[in-house]
Each structure stands twice: as structure tokens, then as C-alpha cells.
Design a protein around this ligand. Structure first.
Ligand code: C2E
Ligand code: MG
Ligand code: MG
Ligand code: MG
Length: 264
């Protein structure tokens, strides 16, 4: 059994030693088949345990307060990468997962503004992914903060839609630019899920909210989200999360797309 205090202590070392780092997973436009965004996913290479999943250590970081340092590290990496890609002539966007605890931190917006300004980076290069677990999601303060983020031109995506309590209501009340349909919605494929997906898509369309399908694992999944007219797709079938150098290469070469997947 791994002790949570041990893990927290190791995580502090890992953050300092940069054993925590970013992997990048492309999203393609379903209009052009080209990569238009990359999601930044945190990885921890532990010297003894090996690779630890973010599903494990993000919650540890949230419990210990380390999520703020970790989140700032990932945001910094993502914005460095975006600035490099933009300088090289690509207009690819980076999508960064943010914990509800980061959003709840009063200094978050100032930090975000500073990070964008320091790199002279157009704020449209960044998308923040939030989840429905956002506490006080209906609260004035949180909505105001999310609005301020959007006013800056930063994108706001509702992640994992369809896995929990996210509702059409949230889709209508949050200042979103995007919703990510969870892979389970696509993989299910039964009539009930289908109807639910179509309803979400109708509401999203009405509000000008982009729809990204995630968890695309097979050609059939891809065909399905094309048919559903989603805007973007992401998943193992298209491209696995990769080290930054692979994405550099992908963008340099103008990225070949063959039968729906990206050749890196
Ligand atoms: P998420 O934001 O929903 O990210 C997508 C997850 O699905 C990633 O898992 C990705 O590797 C995985 N995935 C990609 N394509 C496929 C596919 O075709 N099929 C399946 N089954 N899975 C696919 P990962 O990297 O293990 O991350 C898990 C979760 O951890 C993320 O879910 C996100 O909620 C959280 N997370 C990751 N990095 C960060 C971070 O920097 N900060 C915060 N706060 N949370 C993070
Ligand atoms: Mg995400
Ligand atoms: Mg997700
Ligand atoms: Mg998730």
C-alpha cells in the first residue's frame, strides 16, 4: 500500500526535480483532419513506483494543496510550448486541465494574465478545461471569474461531459466556448445515449459552443462523431499522448493524416 503522506512528500520532490512533466495529445478538426489543438496531460515518472497516473496523484495534490504549484507548472509548460509553436508559424491551441481548487483561488486570474503577457501570447491560444465537479459552480464568484477568463479571450471547456452530473443547465449557464463529450457517450452507441448526445449538440450549436469528442479509439468511433457533426476529435486512434518533441515534429512537417490518424 502506498501511503498518501509518502506520496505527497515524493510529489514535492518530483515537482522540484521535474519528474512531473507534460504529455501532449493532439485534437483534429473534423472539417480538415488537421491538428488544431493539443491537450496537456500531466505525467509522473516515480523513481521506485514507475509511472503514476494523474487519476491518482492529482487528487493527492488537491488534498495537500500542491495542486497550485503543480497546476502552475503545467500551465507554464503549456504556454511555453504554445509560444514556441506560434513562433514557428502554427496557430495550434493548447488545452490545460485546471482543478476546481485552482479556479477557487483568488490569485488565479492575475497569475494567468501575467503568464500570457510575459510570453506576449495571444490568449486565444489557450483553452482551460474544467469539470462539473467545480464547487459552487452556480456561485456568483465562480461565474464572474469564468466570465473574466472568457473576456480575456481564453477558451473555457467543460470536460468529461456525460460522465456525471453535468447537465444541459450547466451548458446553458456557464460561459463556455467548448464542451468535451466523454468517450463513453460515443462508445455506448445505444439509442438512449444517442438521443442525449444529439440534445447536447443542439444546445451547444445554439450557443455557439464547440463540441469535441474525446476517447476516440476506433475507426467506427471516428465515423460516428463525423456523422454526429462534432467539431473536433481526440483519442488513442487519432494519436496517443506524446512527448513535446513528437508534437514539434508533427507540426513542422505539416502533419500527415492518414485514414483519420496522425502519423508522428
Ligand atoms: P481528461 O482531462 O479527461 O483527459 C483525457 C484522459 O483520457 C487522459 O488520461 C488521456 O490519456 C486519456 N485518453 C486519451 N485518449 C483516450 C482514448 O482513446 N481512450 C481512453 N480510454 N482514454 C483516452 P490521463 O492522461 O491519465 O489523465 C486522466 C485525468 O487526469 C484527465 O482526464 C484529467 O482530469 C486529469 N489530469 C491530467 N493532467 C492534469 C493536469 O495537469 N491538471 C489537472 N488538474 N488534472 C489533470
Ligand atoms: Mg481534459
Ligand atoms: Mg475528459
Ligand atoms: Mg477526466
Amino acid at each position: 500500500m502506498i501511503d498518501i503522506d509518502d506520496l505527497a512528500a515524493d510529489l514535492a520532490d518530483a515537482i522540484r526535480e521535474r519528474d512531473v512533466f507534460a504529455a501532449y495529445q493532439p485534437q483534429i478538426s473534423l472539417d480538415t483532419g488537421r491538428p488544431v489543438a493539443v491537450e496537456v496531460l500531466c505525467r509522473w515518472q516515480h523513481p521506485v513506483i514507475g509511472t503514476i497516473s494523474p487519476e491518482t496523484f492529482i487528487s493527492v495534490a488537491e488534498q495537500t494543496g500542491q495542486i497550485h504549484t503543480l497546476g502552475a507548472l503545467m500551465l507554464g509548460e503549456a504556454l511555453d510550448a504554445a509560444a514556441g509553436w506560434r513562433a514557428a508559424g502554427s496557430d495550434i491551441q493548447v488545452a490545460v486541465n485546471v482543478s476546481p481548487l485552482q479556479i477557487a483561488e483568488p490569485a488565479f486570474l492575475t497569475h494567468l494574465e501575467g503568464e500570457l503577457r510575459r510570453r506576449e501570447l495571444d490568449s486565444s491560444a489557450l483553452i482551460l478545461e474544467i469539470t462539473e465537479s467545480l464547487p459552487l459552480v452556480g456561485s456568483r464568484a465562480v461565474i464572474d471569474l469564468l466570465r473574466a477568463i472568457r473576456t480575456h479571450g481564453v477558451g473555457l471547456s467543460l470536460d468529461d461531459f456525460g460522465t456525471g452530473h453535468a447537465s444541459l443547465e450547466q451548458l446553458e449557464s456557464l460561459p463556455l466556448s467548448e464542451v468535451k463529450l466523454d468517450g463513453s457517450l460515443i462508445r455506448d452507441g445505444d439509442a438512449h445515449t444517442d438521443a442525449a448526445v444529439r440534445e447536447v449538440m443542439t444546445v451547444a450549436r445554439e450557443r455557439g459552443v464547440r463540441i469535441v469528442a474525446e476517447g476516440i479509439e476506433t475507426p467506427a468511433h471516428l465515423a460516428r462523431v463525423v456523422e454526429l457533426r462534432c467539431d473536433r476529435a481526440q483519442g488513442y486512434f487519432i494519436c496517443r499522448p506524446r512527448p513535446k518533441a513528437d508534437i514539434d515534429r508533427l507540426l513542422e512537417r505539416g502533419s500527415e493524416v492518414a485514414q483519420g490518424f496522425l502519423i508522428v
